[in-house]
Design a protein around this ligand. Structure first.
Ligand SMILES: [Zn+2]
Length: 145
């Protein structure tokens, strides 16, 4: 008799025409946002056209993988077998593009402070999917001690 296999994690569609560039960049170890080629607006969530100037000319651009903790919530009740509770969902505002906020996940119930420095890391969640994730920035943790 074999052990019950580990539950598989739901994975994002990584070759979508609007969002695929995000995952392609992550696979290279880069955090990228979609931006307008004509007015440089950040298009987040990613869109094929610019909501500011109406242009259909866009690009994926690497951005700094640093930000500030904007908000978080602890998930105490398990909603999927691949995500054992408790875990903490964080919302991070990017340092160089504060109009963009990205979601990440921390294990357990870490002590967090609104506005604390966060840094991106890249989680290889399957053979061909890499997800940008967030953790408290090392410099912030060292300064706290
Ligand atoms: Zn534009």
């Amino acid at each position: 008799m074999s052990a019950t296999p580990a539950p598989s994690r739901p994975l994002p569609i990584t070759d979508d025409v609007d969002t695929g560039g995000f995952f392609e960049a992550a696979a290279r170890g880069e955090l990228a946002l979609r931006m307008c080629n004509d007015c440089n607006a950040v298009l987040h969530v990613p869109l094929a056209y610019c909501h500011r100037c109406g242009s259909w000319s866009t690009r994926w651009q690497a951005v700094a993988g640093t930000g500030r903790l904007y908000s978080w919530t602890v998930v105490a009740h398990q909603v999927h077998p691949a995500f054992p509770a408790p875990y903490t969902v964080v919302l991070v505002e990017l340092d160089d593009h504060p109009e963009a906020r990205l979601v990440g996940e921390l294990p357990g119930r870490p002590e967090l402070v609104a506005g604390q420095a966060m840094e991106v890391w890249f989680d290889q969640v399957s053979d061909d999917v890499v997800l940008p994730q967030w953790r408290p920035a090392r410099a912030w943790l060292e300064a706290k001690e």
